[in-house]
Write a protein that binds this ligand. Structure first.
Ligand code: SF4
Length: 215
C-alpha cells in the first residue's frame, strides 16, 4: 500500500466515524474565529466557547480589542490560561487588522501570517472554516496521528502539512483535519492510544501500536 493509498483509506474510514466533523470552536464571523483560535492554545475548546460567549458580546469589532486595556482584556479571558500572552496577541493582531485591513480579517495565507501571533495553523483554521479555502490544519493531534499512520516522517508542522497536502485530495483537506483532531482526542491519544478498539488498526503501520481486541 502506498502512502497515498493509505491516506485515502484512512480518510474514508474516518469519514464513516465522523461524517459531520467540524470545528468545535463557536464563531459567527472571521474575527470571532481568529480570537477563539488564539484563545484555544493550551486550552480546551469547551472552555474557550464558555469564555467567548460573553466576550463576543462585549467586543464586536477589531477596534474594540485594539482599544481594550491590557488589564481589562486579561480579566475577560483569564480562565483560558496564559491570559497575559493571549491578551497581548489579540490586541496586537487586532491593531494590525485596523491599521492594515480596515478592521477586516484578510483571506490569504500571506496576509494572515503577516499578522502578529498568527502562524500557518491559525491561518489554515481561518481560511478553511471562515472562508472555505482548503488547507490542512496541523495541530498536535494531526501531527502525531499522521506520523503513527506513516503519512509523514516529519515533526515540523509545516512539513507535515506539505506531506498531507501531497497525498490527500484538496477537497478533503479541511474535513480530514477535523476528523483526525477528533480521532486523536478520542482514540489515537498521545498517551495510551486505544489501539485495541481502533477502527483503522489494519491500516496503521506504527510499530508501537498495541494489541487488537479479539472480535
Ligand atoms: Fe492510533 Fe493505535 Fe489506531 Fe494506530 S492502531 S491509529 S496507534 S489508535
Amino acid at each position: 500500500m502506498t502512502v497515498k493509498e493509505r491516506a485515502i483509506a484512512v480518510d474514508k474510514a474516518l469519514k464513516k466515524i465522523y461524517p459531520d466533523a467540524k470545528i468545535s470552536l463557536d464563531f459567527t464571523n472571521p474575527l470571532e474565529l481568529l480570537v477563539a483560535t488564539i484563545l484555544s492554545a493550551q486550552c480546551t475548546d469547551e472552555r474557550v466557547n464558555k469564555v467567548t460567549k460573553g466576550l463576543f458580546k462585549k467586543y464586536r469589532a477589531a477596534v474594540d480589542y485594539a482599544n481594550a486595556t491590557p488589564e481589562g482584556l486579561e480579566e475577560d479571558i483569564h480562565s483560558t490560561g496564559f491570559y497575559k500572552n493571549k491578551a497581548k496577541a489579540i490586541r496586537n493582531c487586532c491593531s494590525a487588522l485596523v491599521e492594515r485591513h480596515g478592521g477586516d480579517v484578510p483571506s490569504t495565507m500571506e496576509e494572515l501570517t503577516a499578522l502578529s501571533g498568527v502562524g500557518r495553523k491559525t491561518a489554515n483554521v481561518i481560511l478553511g472554516n471562515a472562508y472555505a479555502i482548503p488547507g490542512v490544519v496541523v495541530d498536535t493531534h494531526v501531527g502525531r496521528v499522521s506520523r503513527r499512520l506513516g503519512l509523514t516522517k516529519e515533526d515540523d508542522p509545516e512539513k507535515v502539512e506539505r506531506d498531507l497536502m501531497a497525498v490527500l485530495p484538496k477537497k478533503e483537506w479541511v474535513s480530514f483535519s477535523h476528523r483526525v483532531i477528533h480521532f486523536g482526542r478520542q482514540t489515537c491519544k498521545a498517551q495510551k492510544p486505544l489501539c485495541g478498539a481502533c477502527p483503522i488498526f489494519k491500516q496503521c503501520p506504527w510499530e508501537g501500536k498495541g494489541e487488537r481486541h479479539p472480535a
